[in-house]
Each structure stands twice: as C-alpha cells, then as structure tokens.
Design a protein around this ligand. Structure first.
Ligand code: NDP
Length: 399
C-alpha cells in the first residue's frame, strides 16, 4: 500500500520497525534513517527475508535541509518520527516543505528546559491545514493509547467524562540497581520535574513525587505510584468533554527513587551546561552515557506492565466508572521482537498511528492529538497487533 520513512533507530523505533515488517501489506517499503546509520543497517540485516523492502540512510534530524533532501529523494507517504523530542519541529518543518504526513510519539522539547507541553507543535495547525497534510501527535502508549482509550470511553461508555486517572505501572525487574526503560535523558527530565494535574480548567502544581498512592494492578500486584506531570493531560483536558480533573500516576520502586535522589543531590540530573576540562557538558547527557542502554534491558527484564485509564463520568444521568488497560509481558515482547515491554508498548501504537494516517483512515489536514480521531480502528488494531485491552466496570478507585 505505501512507504514510510522512520526517523530514529533506538528502542522504540526497533519495535515499530519489526511491527511494520509484520504488517507488510500496509508497509510495503520502509526507510530507516537515523544519526548512526550502522544501527539502521544492523536492524535491516536482522529483518532480512521479510516482504517489506527496507532501505537505510544517515540523517541528522536537527537539520531541516537534510530531512527535506531525504524526503524528496525517498518520497514517503508518511514520516514516523521516533528520534528524540528535540527533533519534532525540524521534522515537522521538513514535512511541511515536502507536503508529507507526520506522526510522532512525544511532544517537542526545547533542549534547555523541561516543559512537556504542546504549544510549539499546536502553532503548526494552520500551516499543516493549508498544506493539506496531517500531523498526528503522540502515537505511543502514554501519550497515545491513553488518548485513544479516552476517546473510546467517551464514544461508547459515557455522555460526559468528569475524572480520568491514568495509571502507568511497570512491574518489570531488569536486575540493575538503576536503569531507565526508555531514553534516560527524557525519562529523568520527566520524573525530576514538578508534578501537576489538571483540575477545573487549570494546572495544580506539586513537588516532584509529592503525591503517592498504592494500587493493586491486575496481573502485577500492589505497587507504589506517584503523581507526575504528563503531556497528554494538557490535550485531554481540552479535548474530552466534561473533564473536571485528570491525573497521571507512574509506579517506581524504592531502589530507583533512592538512586535518583542521590544523582539529583550531586547534580548529575541537571540540564544546565557545566565546564568540564575546557568543554561544556550537560550532566544529564553524561549520565545517559554511563547508564545501561534501554535497548539492552530486553533479555534481562522479567514481569509485566499494566497501563490504563480509570474514568468516572455520567451515562444516562447516572454516575459510572470504567477502567480500560493493557497488560504486557516483558519476556513475551523480547521473544517476539527482541525488546522489553516499555519499548514494545510505544512501538506498536507508533506503527498503528502511521498505518492509519498512511491508509487514509485518519487523514485530516491540520495538527491533531490522537484523541481527536475516531478511536474504533485504533482499538481494533491494538487487539490485532499485540496490545489487547481489558475492561473493568467496577474498578478500585484512586483517592
Ligand atoms: P532512544 O534513545 O533509544 O532512540 C532515539 C533514536 O533517535 C536513536 O536511534 C538516535 O540515534 C536517534 N537520534 C537522536 N538524535 C538524532 C538526530 N539529531 N538525528 C537523527 N537521529 C537522532 O530513544 P527511545 O527509542 O527510547 O525513544 C524514542 C522516542 O519515543 C522519544 O521521543 C521518547 O520520548 C518517545 N517515547 C514515547 C513514549 C510514549 O508512550 N508516548 C514512551 C517511551 C518513549 P543514535 O543511535 O545515534 O543515538
């Protein structure tokens, strides 16, 4: 049916690329383009023999010019951005210049401050509309599936949704005292920032990890979870009818938190450049270089993830609760695509989002968050492509 250009070749991209190759009827051709071409070539080699035709290229996605040249040469139907959030705008600029659809999994981040907000990408709405191309923002799990779950809940179970709690539980154990499950720089920026939630039309800010709850997760068990700011709170607060409050919780083990506190206390998580032996370095980027590569956690991670949303709202005038979630097994993911479940739960929705944009199901000119599209084809695709969802109409609520 078409060809996709995939930018980035890290943990998430590797899963998305495996999934594109499983879905070769849609992804007849893909190009993997990243900063380090040898990684793209190694993945191509691993996937050789399949029906999807794979090519590779080197690209610096900070350079709009290089991206434009590459897109003009390859002529993809869609660009799937699985590099880092710093590259979102250069890639969107290149898509605009070449009139090519765009899909990503994370909001643009300015390198010098941790923001996790959409304003820079939303500013492209009119330009994308005028160019007649679609930008689908946040097609991972969270953001991503959490937005699709919200649209699904509103479409099929509620007249209005008043409260959403997004619960992201990783019950996996990789055996290291400290490692992050996806890009360490982005992960640590996210968890060391102040927390916040959306209530009655405004943000309520908390200190990092200030709000803690315990929750018993299906197929995982009892875990401590902490309230974090997360980018989808911003778009869901605007796009889901009737919202009064929306919160995001993520589980962390004690060892992770103790290490993180220590690294923070000694200044290793800072994104302020410092002078080191005559060079400017960013402590967090140095820390990333000494931590295990998330892609290497696959073989050693055991256990499951459980990510989902608990909704409270009204149906036919009555209060109603609804919990929809996915459980994913780290070792099953590893056996299937050679990655742990955190990369898997992001890479599968990235492939699905690219598929729906490419095949026209989700095309509308402009810049949209995922919950602005009809959730039904995405919900069906989740069941088909490895992330089946489960429902609970009488969930334990978070106080
Ligand atoms: P990785 O660090 O594993 O991979 C990033 C890839 O991008 C690497 O291949 C890297 O190249 C490449 N890259 C970085 N900078 C450039 C550049 N300037 N030009 C070209 N390529 C570049 O990250 P992950 O796979 O863990 O994460 C990918 C994205 O997914 C991130 O944006 C992350 O925030 C997002 N994410 C979203 C989630 C969700 O649920 N929505 C959950 C988890 C992640 P090199 O190999 O040379 O370093």
């Amino acid at each position: 049916m078409g060809r996709a250009l995939i930018i980035g070749c890290g943990g998430v991209a590797s899963v998305a690329i495996h999934k594109c190759c499983q879905n070769s009827e849609v992804f007849e051709e893909i190009m993997i383009a990243s900063r380090t071409k040898s990684k793209c070539d190694a993945l191509k080699e691993k996937l050789a023999g399949g029906r999807t035709k794979i090519t590779t290229a080197q690209v610096d996605a900070d350079s709009t010019e290089q991206l434009i040249n590459l897109i003009n040469e390859y002529k993809p139907d869609v660009v799937l951005n699985l590099a880092l959030p710093y590259q979102d705008l250069t890639i969107m600029d290149a898509c605009l210049a070449t009139k090519t659809h765009y899909v990503d999994t994370a909001n643009y981040e300015p390198p010098e401050t941790a923001k996790f907000e959409y304003k820079w990408q939303w500013a492209y709405r009119e330009k994308f509309k005028a160019a007649g191309i679609t930008a689908l923002l946040g097609s991972g799990f969270d953001p991503g599936v959490t937005g699709v779950f919200s649209a699904h809940a509103l479409k099929h179970h509620f007249d209005e949704i008043n409260y959403i709690d997004i619960l992201d539980c990783n019950g996996g154990d990789h055996g290291y005292p400290f490692a992050t499950n996806f890009n360490p720089e982005i992960n640590i920026r996210e968890v060391t920032a102040n927390g916040s939630y959306w209530e009655n039309g405004q943000w309520v800010e908390t200190k990092p990890m200030e709000i803690k709850r315990e929750y018993s997760f299906a197929e995982v068990g009892q875990k401590d979870m902490y309230l974090l700011h997360h980018e989808e709170l911003e778009s869901l607060g605007l796009n889901i009818k009737g919202i009064k409050r929306i919160r995001f919780f993520m589980t962390f083990g004690q060892s992770y938190l103790t290490h993180l506190k220590c690294l923070e206390n000694v200044g290793m998580t800072s994104i302020e450049p410092i002078d080191f032996e005559g060079k400017k370095i960013i402590p967090l980027q140095f820390l990333k270089a000494v931590l295990p590569d998330p892609a290497s956690l696959g073989p050693r991670t055991v256990g499951k993830t459980n990510i989902g949303c608990i909704f409270t709202g009204k149906k036919d005038g009555k209060e109603k609760h609804y919990y929809v979630y996915n459980v994913c097994d780290h070792q099953e993911c590893y056996r299937e695509v050679g990655s742990q479940a955190v990369s898997y739960t992001t890479g599968v929705p990235a492939m699905i989002g690219a598929m729906l944009v490419m095949n026209g199901t989700w095309q509308k000119p402009g810049v949209y968050n995922i919950e602005e599209f009809d959730p039904d084809p995405f919900m069906d695709a989740l069941n088909k492509w490895g992330l089946p969802w489960q429902e609970d109409f009488n969930p334990t609520m978070v106080d």
